[in-house]
Design a protein around this ligand. Structure first.
Ligand SMILES: C[S@@+](CC[C@H](N)C(=O)[O-])C[C@H]1O[C@@H](n2cnc3c(N)ncnc32)[C@H](O)[C@@H]1O
Length: 269
């Protein structure tokens, strides 16, 4: 298959994709058991082997913690709507589909062109080609009515603080009372990107520094849970092979790791 034509930030979706493929190849099928990621990596003409280092495994653990937040939402609202903003080549819908939910995966045009080579819409699953900054998708995702959850994993980190604050305020106004799962990275993480092996392989760099997710309250976000890799939900930790739990006990409380947080907010009007 032809090499993917992706913009700078868009190319970074290939990092977690490769992380999930390597995880699936582990004995026992790893954390996410994402065999579709293996298929995608085999199909896409790209030198994935240039991606190395702890961020590959980190992207898998991150995805499992996000999954945990969405599972909690779906337990309360099995017919709820989930919107994954900046989905990349995520296979989360397949992992979490309960047969009743409504799901939207949104990403920008070039990523969606790539995604559509491998995924199809269905009656409860719709892909939207749009920027998360463009309010054009707001109306569409509320078509079913009822509870709605927004998720944005490893996306807003690439934008400036003012862009992030503006878009968070717009979501709080448009989707009051909805949960929002979102990751934040602190100053140390942002300042050490050039030493991170996966960032040596791509040109994109993260911009938004946020050491304390409670500071997002002024955007209309109320923090409900904030987890570092050393503090996954107990039900999620139970799915991690012992190796990951052991590594997190060793390094999970170092400043480099604790600066990255996976947060669950409630949007407030
Ligand atoms: C590091 S990847 C994360 C992908 C996916 N969330 C995951 O964890 O596997 C960053 C993603 O942000 C997407 N992206 C970049 N700019 C965007 C925008 N303005 N609106 C929505 N998505 C965007 C990219 O296309 C890419 O899929």
């Amino acid at each position: 298959m032809a090499a993917p034509e992706l913009g700078e930030i868009q190319e970074t979706l290939l990092i977690p994709l490769y992380g999930r493929a390597r995880d699936a190849a582990e004995s026992g099928g790893g954390v996410l058991k994402d065999t579709k990621a293996v298929e995608l990596v085999d199909s896409i003409d790209y030198d994935f082997t240039k991606f190395r280092g702890p961020s590959l495994g980190g992207s898998v653990l991150r995805a499992s913690i996000f999954d945990g937040y969405i599972r909690e939402f779906l337990q309360r609202h099995p017919e709820g709507t989930v919107v994954d903003l900046g989905c990349g080549l995520s296979t989360r819908f397949d992992r979490l589909d309960n047969g009743r939910l409504r799901w939207f995966d949104l990403d920008v045009d070039d990523t969606m062109t790539l995604r559509r080579r491998f995924f199809d819409d269905s009656d409860r699953y719709t892909m939207i080609a749009a920027s998360l900054f463009d309010p054009s998708w707001h109306e569409q995702v509320t078509e079913r009515g009822g509870p709605l959850m927004l998720v944005s994993e490893a996306v807003l980190l690439y934008f400036s603080e003012s862009e992030v604050f503006d878009v968070l305020r717009s979501w709080a106004r448009r989707f009051p009372d909805s949960p929002l799962a979102l990751d934040t990275g602190g100053r140390l993480m942002m300042r050490s990107q050039d030493r991170n092996p996966v960032f040596k392989a791509v040109s994109a760099r993260m911009k938004w520094e946020c050491d304390d997710p409670t500071t997002l309250e002024h955007c209309g976000l109320h923090l409900q849970q904030s987890r570092i890799f050393a503090q996954p939900q107990p039900a999620v930790a139970a799915t991690w092979p012992a190796k990951h739990r052991y590594v997190m006990r060793l390094i999970g409380w170092t400043p480099m790791v604790t600066g990255y947080k996976i947060n669950l907010f409630a949007l407030t009007s």
